[in-house]
Design a protein. Structure first.
Length: 249
């Protein structure tokens, strides 16, 4: 399929069965990477995504993994390396998004969000690091506009993404010079109101406030990930907003 930027390389996308993760996995596969995705509950969707990647002429695999679990993460990384023989790219995409009034937020809900959104990327990156150092690899974390802008009804989510942004910076320092680490921080991405736990015309409201006049798409995010994966490795420790200018409002 011609000269593709990631031919001969392999990538891992956590939470890659659907939504943004699927778009990222397909974008990496389209550039020639062999791609592993992890899933927790979306087994059928994961297999659909694998078939879509294979149709692009690459090898693909779906691995069940709970990014909150150290043992599960270790098994997944071993599975990727066992399947492809190397690991060049890790995209920490697996996340949970919840809405809760701050004065009613439970400790259990707070911890559950942090376990996936902050501890998960730490565990995946730590376990993948020796393999990424061997290939001069890249890590891309998927943050959020909520990591830099407070949303009162999403305090635990915003706080967890702010932690991931800071973790990106710490990783960039700690994993240099062999591995570059960056973060893509989407604004409002259109998936459907019910899926995102929102009601009413939230999507229309966000689009109206966004300088670019529309909401983001999963493909917008995927293209930003490709920039960090295929661009200069000298770019590290950066948090790139993909929000149509919503963060400027």
């Amino acid at each position: 399929m011609g000269n593709r930027l990631l031919s001969g390389k392999s990538a891992l996308v956590t939470g890659g069965a659907r939504r943004i993760g699927r778009a990222i996995a397909l974008a990496l596969a389209a550039e020639g990477a062999n791609v592993a995705i992890t899933f927790l509950k979306s087994g059928q969707e994961a297999q659909d995504t694998v078939r879509a990647m294979e149709a692009l002429g690459v090898r693909a695999v779906a691995l069940e993994c709970d990014v909150r679990s150290e043992d599960s993460v270790k098994a997944a990384i071993a599975g990727v390396v066992g399947e492809f023989g190397r690991l060049d790219v890790v995209v920490n995409n697996a996340a949970v998004f919840e809405r809760a009034a701050l004065d009613q937020l439970s400790v259990a809900a707070w911890d559950a969000v942090f376990e996936t959104n902050a501890r998960g990327p730490f565990l995946v990156a730590r376990e993948a690091l020796p393999h990424l150092k061997a290939t001069g690899g890249r890590i891309v974390n998927i943050g959020s506009l909520g990591g830099s802008h407070a949303w009162a009804d999403h305090a635990h989510y915003c706080s967890s993404k702010a932690a991931l942004h800071m973790l990106t910076l710490a990783m960039a320092k700690g994993f240099a010079p062999e591995v570059s680490v960056n973060c893509v921080a989407p604004g409002w991405v259109e998936f459907g109101r019910i899926e995102m736990g929102e009601s009413g015309n939230a999507g229309e409201r966000f689009a109206a406030r966004t300088p670019m006049g529309r909401n983001g798409t999963a493909e917008d995010v995927a293209q930003a990930v490709l920039f960090f994966v295929t661009g200069p490795s000298f770019v590290t420790g950066q948090i790139l907003g993909v929000d149509g200018g919503l963060g400027l409002v």
